[in-house]
Design a protein. Structure first.
Length: 162
């Protein structure tokens, strides 16, 4: 398991962080014809949705990136993969995920960004990448743990913000 920690400041760096992560995760998913699951953890306003916007825009998406707060999931389809942005904050019952066919999202080449994964109460597969965002005075602490991104790649991301 690879792990790194660093600090980011403001919306611009959070968007950039998302875009940089997309450059690592999407090629891995496409090359291996696999679904990558990224858990985004942190309090309200910690930057999870802003990170997701940067990730999706980093893949070349040029339209408005919508928050899935009320829809639970927003799909973004590209030529050889998809990105699914889940926001489970308003999930009332984890069984809702079964009704919406949650497992189907993880069967094709894709990256799934999941905000508030704890609300799923064990119905999601194990994360390939965990990103924790937390407040620290004027910045945010970032902790990334991954089973699919190498330590050198994670250190490369961290070095962009040091």
């Amino acid at each position: 398991m690879s792990k790194t920690e660093f600090k980011i400041e403001g919306e611009e760096q959070t968007v950039r962080f998302g875009a940089l992560m997309s450059k690592l995760c999407v090629p891995y998913a496409v090359k291996n014809s696999k679904s990558i699951l990224i858990f985004l953890e942190g309090d309200l306003g910690a930057g999870k949705t802003t990170f997701s916007r940067g990730f999706i825009e980093g893949c070349g998406y040029e339209d408005i990136v919508r928050s899935p707060t009320y829809t639970l999931v927003e799909p973004y389809d590209f030529s050889d993969y998809s990105i699914y942005h889940f926001d489970l904050y308003r999930l009332l019952d984890p069984e809702e995920l079964e009704y919406m066919g949650i497992r189907d999202y993880f069967e094709k080449t894709s990256v799934s960004l999941v905000e508030w994964p704890d609300k799923a109460q064990g119905l999601l597969p194990e994360a390939d990448v965990r990103i924790a965002l937390s407040y620290s005075q004027n910045s945010r602490n970032v902790v990334i743990e991954s089973s699919v991104i190498s330590q050198d790649e994670l250190d490369g991301i961290a070095s962009c913000f040091n």
